[in-house]
Design a protein. Sequence first.
Length: 337
Amino acid sequence: MIAPLSIPSPDYAWQVWEIPIFGWTTLNIHTYALCILLGIILAVAITSRRLTKRGAEPGIVVDIALWAVPLGIIGARLYHVLTHPGDYFYEGANVWNPFQPGAIWNIWEGGNAIFGALIGGAVGAWIGCRSTGIRFWSFADALAPGLLVAQAAGRLGNWFNHELFGLPTDLPWGLEIESSNPAWPQGLEPGTLFHPTFLYEIVWNLVGVAVILFLERRLNLRWGRAFAIYLIWYGTGRAFLESIRVDPSEMFLGVRSNVWAAWAAVVLGIVILLVQRRRHTGAEPSVYVPGREWAGPDAEVDSDDIESDSDSLDDGVEGENEPGTTAATSPGRSATA
């Protein structure tokens, strides 16, 4: 018997939108892909607003996103394939042909790992920041809440795909899954409800947005500290949620590979907090590296006449001055404090 508050899975017809093209072919648009696209748009919009308020040129986030988004998608897919090799590499499998189901390229079928997206996206963001003159850590801090919003939107795609659900549960808000689902645990009776891990992660991520914004009002969460909070928050929640999911995953020393990755995110976040707290005690003078500042009429920074730390984690990327040197200025540009 289905609980009155149980969460139904969407009809399979909602997974793909078939759009006729000139009457001779059909364009298939997957809802999973639309959820990811929505998340990307929200993250770019939120990050752009936050970075512009801190003195960046309006729209410059798009220049960074042109690097970060494609590399993030590539990293997400590669990470998933490498951590789920049994799903793609077996006798008779279609590994390479994207026009047939099951190919490693078919991201619209699901299977995009956020930890791979973070790695690939970080590389792309670093390249984009180098080309635009934006400090990498300034961009990462502006991105932190938008990234959680994007991940929340992306989790809706798992719901539409009937995937990545949790262990069986008697809770009234259990998720309804059809017994013919490939991930259905053997031995369970039809009608069994499962933990809606997609919903748990959506709630966890949105609460994380509120936590970051709250801490930013009371603490100096610049120089990568807001992004560090993101890593700690997301990694903590993901480690728990990953442990109650029923989907198969590669194990290492008896622990899921994604749990290891979640723990690594938490450790990395703590390291960033400790290192940046030691290296940067002052306010962030500008979101631009010295000499690359935007000279727009409305450009503003959050702090004026505040000296930055001379010992920088971002040497070579952030372009901070060494002790005893001054930043060169040019007409139309202001020196960084």
